[in-house]
Design a protein around this ligand. Sequence first.
Ligand SMILES: Cc1cc2nc3c(=O)[nH]c(=O)nc-3n(C[C@H](O)[C@H](O)[C@H](O)COP(=O)(O)OP(=O)(O)OC[C@H]3O[C@@H](n4cnc5c(N)ncnc54)[C@H](O)[C@@H]3O)c2cc1C
Length: 371
Amino acid sequence: MDFNITVIGAGVVGLAIGANLSKTTNKVAVLEKNNKFGQETSSRNSEVIHSGIYYQHNSLKSVLCVRGQKLLYDYCDNNNIKYNKCGKYIVATNTDEAKKIIEIFENAKKNGVKHGRIIEQKELNKLEPNIKAVKAIFFPQTGIVDSYSLMKNLETEILNNRADIAYNSEVVEINKITDGYKITVKEGGGVFSFTSKILINATGLFADKISEMVGLKKPEHKLYFCKGEYFAVRNGKQKLLKSLVYPVPNKNISLGIHSTIDISGNLKLGPNAIYVDKHSLNYRVNKSNLTSFYEATKRFLPFIEKKDLFPDQAGIRPQLSKTNGKINDFIITNEEKYGYKNFINLIGIESPGLTSCLTIAEYVRHIIINN
Ligand SMILES: Cc1cc2nc3c(=O)[nH]c(=O)nc-3n(C[C@H](O)[C@H](O)[C@H](O)COP(=O)(O)OP(=O)(O)OC[C@H]3O[C@@H](n4cnc5c(N)ncnc54)[C@H](O)[C@@H]3O)c2cc1C
């Protein structure tokens, strides 16, 4: 075999897996079709270090996010990666929503989210006078991370561990062979093949495609592209909030348009959730959605006016279903039972994939060791 382990995809998840496994295994390769790491979903998100509040108890999302948050803060401290532990409010604007935030609070506690606390209106007015709400929950551990520096650091770790990262290398064919996989890559003008004992699919939006390339045709792996746009808040209003502010989620496909603060302290609203065509990665922000952003947030952030909003960035979530209100879990599995031993498949790695990148890597290591 040419390699012991090949990871396809150099987003934050593929990089975290590569860095973790190359600590103890030689001949590890990471392949990326773009000319640098993190050009897709990993650089087009809110950069929130989530706490694990909403996910179903004991789901992979909940377990990997709660531990992932701690590991990520420790990793940032140890590697001088910037973060801002700014905290997050979920705000209720009426008595019905106030009941719902208690349910969310209970779910968070069940998931092991510590330090959350209920804030009554009077206290909220003092802490964040620009939020309009009757009640809130505050999660002080939620924060923002500099995702570029995180990925850069993981890339450096991989290289320091003497593993390989090949950019401009698109996997175009995969064949199962005895004890491993033959992987064919398009690089520059040419095509070449090599073999690997273990193959890890961390290709984000294209994970279902890679899974099919291996030979697995599972309808439950089909991914839907759900675009999320952001609008920047300007005109001097960007400094009017200290923390992230989320509404109570309704039966929607996302957490609801909320306010986020980036690592430079700029305020944004987003993301929304719009299903888009699978064949184009169109990251343009549709200006005509500005009004819906304003309408969605004016209840709890009344200081933001339409004229303060400017189109910003967009990202695309790889979602396992279009079901309203349902939160799909991550799929992270060794496909041995389907005849593909040592093919580790990661599908539907949407939020909180950034927060969970280090624990996803631990989990993949665990799958490999226990095989
Ligand atoms: C709008 C939005 C907001 C989000 N907010 C948050 C947040 O605040 N906090 C949080 O924790 N998570 C958040 N997420 C989720 C998070 O961004 C993702 O879970 C995470 O970035 C997934 O990383 P990845 O490495 O799996 O995927 P990607 O970053 O998409 O990386 C996959 C890589 O595989 C490569 N690839 C694909 N096909 C091939 C091929 N054939 N050959 C070689 N390479 C290939 C791609 O080029 C890409 O670089 C958000 C996502 C979106 C869309």
